[in-house]
Design a protein. Structure first.
Length: 375
């Protein structure tokens, strides 16, 4: 082998050796780079810092925390008999929301939540369930009162406000148990006042309309203002699907505050006695035939407040209607049907005197004072 070929062979060997060294070096680096990349990708992103909660958010949180313990979950059961085995079982019949009214254990909810049940199950904020007696109810007002007995350390009752000074557009908060979900807060505004619902199950006037989300299960829950005061009790929604469509209704707290003490005392609502018989069908005929708007008095009860005030009823003589008195206003508030009349009368106490504006025999307009008393 010549000297030249030997040098060439050495050069080739050295070259291969260098290539092998470089390959080993690269193979040792690449996995390390790959691992570093994976490790970098698995590191959590830095959490962005935020400013403090806004005053409005803090206010909403405070309202919920302050009033939430006073809101309860209500469920009722009914007994059913198996026609084959004759076994009796209890099955759920309804659910809703309620809230503590006073420190004596009275709880307020809707009539339609408890219907004709004698007892209901009440779950408090401590997650414990108790049995409450239903001690008073008014289907007309859709209000019922329950009573918890022997429960110590009850949460504070929600502080009532007033519904007289409510304004469309002001902020409201609803707490309830929609679809059985415990203690849910929704917010919105007052959309309208003085709304009326008249259908097969409800006939109610002077309701608060709100766009706060109210769903099945919210019924009987509190509607609060921005000061955390009770301004209404959620009662119904308007929705073809049964879920919130942005139109909910609540009973004004002034009406609740008027009806509830009566239910606690008597077990039913007893309104001041007037002593007249009237009928909405007769009123419609009156408007249609004579064009007169108001409450047609069909009959006056003897020795009643209406009798002592000198009100005159209508009479049928030989098939002809002899028109008596038609009440067109009470204390300046227009009356067009029996519901209008009762709503105004129910705002007064026993022995109050109200001023009736009466159209007598379709000709003479009179103002007649009438003193209310119990039957």
């Amino acid at each position: 082998m010549t000297q030249k070929s030997i040098k060439t062979s050495k050069t080739i060997i050295i070259s291969f050796a260098l290539l092998a060294i470089i390959a080993l070096f690269i193979s040792s680096i690449v996995p390390s780079l790959s691992n570093n990349t994976l490790e970098a990708e698995s590191i959590p992103a830095n959490i962005a810092r935020r400013a403090d909660l806004t005053p409005e958010e803090k206010g909403t949180i405070a309202i919920f925390r302050h009033n939430n313990p006073s809101v309860v979950y209500i469920s009722t059961v009914k007994r059913v008999i198996n026609v084959w085995t004759r076994d009796i079982a209890e099955v759920p019949s309804g659910t809703g929301t309620g809230f503590l009214w006073d420190k004596k254990g009275h709880i307020i909810t809707n009539y339609h939540v408890v219907e004709q049940n004698k007892t209901a199950r009440v779950r408090l904020n401590n997650k414990k369930t108790y049995t409450a007696r239903i001690i008073g109810r008014s289907k007309r007002h859709d209000i019922a009162v329950l009573k918890l007995e022997g429960i110590k350390d009850l949460p504070r009752p929600i502080q009532p406000g007033s519904s007289k000074s409510l304004i469309v557009g002001q902020k409201v908060y609803a707490i309830g148990n929609p679809f059985g979900l415990d203690h849910t807060l929704t917010t919105g505004i007052i959309s309208a006042l003085g709304r009326t619902i008249k259908n097969s199950t409800l006939n109610m006037d002077d309701l608060i309309q709100t766009d706060a989300a109210i769903n099945p299960g919210n019924s009987g829950g509190p509607l609060l203002d921005s000061a955390g005061r009770l301004i209404g009790m959620n009662v119904a929604i308007y929705s073809p699907s049964g879920a919130s469509a942005g139109i909910g209704f609540a009973i004004p707290v002034d009406k609740v505050n008027r009806v509830v003490p009566n239910l606690i005392k008597h077990g039913r609502y007893i309104r001041p006695h007037v002593g007249i018989t009237a009928n909405d069908t007769a009123n419609k005929l009156l408007i249609k035939e004579l064009g007169i708007k108001g409450l047609l008095i069909l009959e006056v009860e003897r020795d009643s407040p209406a009798d002592k005030a000198g009100l005159i009823d209508s009479k049928l003589v030989n098939g002809d209607l002899i028109l008596g008195d038609v009440v067109q206003a009470v204390n300046g508030k227009t009356v067009e049907d029996l519901n209008d009349f009762l709503d105004i009368i129910e705002q007064h106490q026993i022995n109050d005197t109200v001023m009736l504006e009466v159209l007598r025999q379709g000709r003479t307009k009179l103002k007649i004072p009438l003193q209310l008393f119990m039957r």
